[in-house]
Each structure stands twice: as structure tokens, then as C-alpha cells.
Design a protein around this ligand. Structure first.
Ligand SMILES: [Ca+2]
Length: 255
């Protein structure tokens, strides 16, 4: 019997966790988001400060070198010259580090974005959705924008269908969604476009026949913690023809 209080208190704790109020969940998400933003800002400030300090250091060394030259102290001037080379080397290394950090922050979050990896008959991490029935062919093809493969949707009878990938995202954050679309005799509804499933706005909305075209747009997440990228032929109605998609990108934007 003496274990009962522990058992009870454990049960109460798990009930309390299961029923965490939405405000608390949101507050925690906001805290983590702000913390991530602050870390990113600190890192970028740090890189800038390092470069600024090294620039001033180089300027000072150069003025010392000039003074030494004018005073005919050649050995001293050569020593300053070596210091200047060292500082310039550090500056370029620092610049490289900042660029690597920036690239890391701008990572494309789309899984298998060029459709090069296959899993069975489908590109890995992508699946098809048929919203309105029609005779539709979904395929991976060799007419790629880059690499060897891309995805395609085609129909003569009309269709509303898409290739979908799920991407975890941060709430209340801005992302840039972009991709390449090619079309052949597309007509009806939104045509061929890139969008987020469940949202009415689509990006690109190509009709007719087009060579590979780059489409890009800004997506705000609001409360969402995942986005379903949708390479779509149709969209709130039926479209006809054929569309190809390749090199899809979802990148978090700088705060
Ligand atoms: Ca590709």
C-alpha cells in the first residue's frame, strides 16, 4: 500500500502532460523559435565583428609598415608585412566560415528535391494524390531539369492530381518555396503549379506549352508545423495536358 501515493502522483503527472493547454504549447514553440532566431543573429553578428576587427587590424599594421619604411627600418617593415599576410589569411578564412554558416542556414528542406532517389516505383519521400478522378498518368521521367529524373502528371480526360512531400517546418516562420515546371498543352483550372496542400494560392500556374520555367513564392507557416508541398496539375477543378516538375526547394528565410 505504501507505493500507492507514488503511483497516484505518476498518473496525475501524465494526465497533466497529456492535457497541456494549447497556450503553453504555443508559448514553448514561440520561445524555441525566438531562441533559434537569436542564435542565428548572434552567429551572424560574431562573423561580422571578427571581419571588422581584422580589417581595422590590417589597416593599423599597414600604417606601421609605412612608417617603418619611411624611417628606413626595413627589418621592421618586413615583420609588419608578415603580420599583414597572417591577418589577411585569417580574414579570408573568417569570410569562408561565415559563408558556410549562411549556406547551412539556407538549407533546402525538401526531401529528394530532384527526384533522383527511387523507392520502388516512386521517387523516395514523394507520393501521389488524386483529388478528382480522371485518367491520369503519374510518372518519373528522364526529361529532367537537373540530374536524370523528374516527376510528371499527364491526362487527356482531365484531372486534379499532385505529387506530395511532407516537410516539417517551424511555426510563425517565413519560407521560400520554388521549383521548375515544364508544360505541354495544359489548360483548365489552375494548370500546372507548385503549392501547399490545403491552401488555395498556388505558384506558377502555367498553362499552354512552356519550356522549364522557375516559379518562386513566399510561404508563411502560421500555426503549422509541417507543410505538404504539392506539385499539382488541376487545382480546384480539372486540368488537361502534361506537366513536369523538378528541383523543388523550401528554404527558411532570414528573420
Ligand atoms: Ca532531377
Amino acid at each position: 500500500m505504501k507505493f500507492l501515493p507514488i503511483f497516484l502522483s505518476l498518473s496525475l503527472a501524465s494526465v497533466a502532460l497529456a492535457q497541456e493547454p494549447a497556450e503553453l504549447t504555443n508559448a514553448r514553440a514561440m520561445y524555441e523559435l525566438n531562441l533559434a532566431k537569436a542564435k542565428k543573429q548572434l552567429e551572424s553578428d560574431y562573423h561580422k565583428l571578427m571581419r571588422d576587427s581584422l580589417s581595422s587590424h590590417i589597416l593599423i599594421l599597414e600604417s606601421y609598415k609605412k612608417d617603418a619604411m619611411q624611417a628606413g627600418k626595413l627589418e621592421e617593415a618586413v615583420a609588419y608585412d608578415k603580420e599583414i599576410e597572417k591577418a589577411k589569411d585569417l580574414y579570408s578564412k573568417q569570410k569562408e566560415r561565415a559563408e558556410v554558416a549562411k549556406k547551412k542556414a539556407q538549407k533546402n528542406l525538401t526531401p529528394n528535391p530532384s527526384f533522383e532517389k527511387m523507392k520502388g516505383d516512386n521517387p523516395e519521400s514523394w507520393q501521389t494524390r488524386i483529388y478528382q478522378p480522371g485518367i491520369v498518368r503519374v510518372s518519373t521521367e528522364n526529361e529532367a531539369h537537373s540530374g536524370k529524373r523528374c516527376i510528371a502528371i499527364s491526362t487527356e480526360t482531365g484531372v486534379d492530381a499532385g505529387w506530395i512531400a511532407v516537410v516539417p517546418v517551424k511555426p510563425n516562420t517565413t519560407y521560400n518555396l520554388s521549383g521548375w515546371i515544364k508544360t505541354q498543352n495544359v489548360k483548365g483550372a489552375m494548370g500546372a503549379s507548385l503549392g501547399i496542400e490545403g491552401r488555395k494560392e498556388t505558384y506558377g500556374s502555367l498553362t499552354g506549352t512552356n519550356k522549364w520555367k522557375h516559379v518562386t513564392s513566399t510561404v508563411l507557416t502560421g500555426n503549422e508545423t509541417q507543410l505538404l508541398i504539392n506539385c499539382l496539375l488541376g487545382g480546384w477543378g480539372m486540368s488537361y495536358g502534361k506537366a513536369w516538375f523538378d528541383d523543388i526547394s523550401l528554404v527558411e528565410q532570414e528573420p
